[in-house]
Write a new protein. Structure first.
Length: 202
């Protein structure tokens, strides 16, 4: 009787661990997504960044063995030499693959992630526009100012953030000039290309 009892106990422990990691909920359509697989080819990026190249140190998907932990990955394409905006200095793709928990599926967590991001920016008074990218998409601009010696430098990051199933993607482009409507539209168009590349991974 001791052996069957141990099997039951161990089986129960295993089921509890699996439940805690969300293995009984759906992760969604995608395994851990590598952002560099979503970055368009150099020919497409030539319209965004002058003489661009991949930045070293791009991250690969990292999570807790894919069990309940979200995976994050980032890929950047920047101007060479540095400091050239034509029209952007850097294009960045960030991907977060949400995994299921005890309470939510991967897609549900991805929806929540995007809505929290949206709500935070609206509360800060940023203009956030809905865009037709993915299953839910928004566009906004982050602005930062720095004072170096006697000069004031402004940095603008146009973001197009969207979700497809359990993956949240943030496509952004950085410039030191106030973006116009054409540049905002360029980033949204790039996000649509990235979204198609993500769908192709399924």
């Amino acid at each position: 009787m001791l052996v069957p009892a141990c099997v039951v106990v161990l089986g129960g422990c295993g089921a509890t661990v699996a439940w805690r990691f969300g293995l009984f909920n759906s992760d969604g359509r995608f395994e851990d997504v590598d952002a560099c697989k979503l970055m368009p080819a150099a020919g497409t990026l030539a319209a965004f960044v002058s003489k661009g190249a991949r930045e070293p140190g791009d991250s690969r998907p990292e999570g807790l063995l894919g069990l309940g932990g979200d995976a994050r990955s980032e890929c950047k394409w920047s101007s060479v030499p540095r400091g050239v905006d034509q029209p952007f200095r850097t294009v960045r793709v960030f991907a977060k693959t949400a995994h299921a928990t005890t309470d939510q599926t991967g897609p549900e967590r991805a929806v929540e992630d995007v809505e929290i991001w949206h709500g935070n920016r609206v509360r800060r008074g940023q203009e956030v526009t809905s865009v037709d990218v993915g299953e839910k998409g928004y566009r906004t601009i982050d602005k930062a100012s720095y004072v170096i010696v006697m000069a004031r430098i402004e940095v603008f990051d146009i973001h197009a953030k969207f979700r497809i199933s359990n993956v949240v993607v943030d496509v952004s482009a950085r410039t030191h000039d106030q973006p116009d409507e054409k540049e905002k539209a360029q980033v949204v168009a790039l996000a649509k290309v990235v979204a198609e590349r993500l769908r192709a991974l399924d």
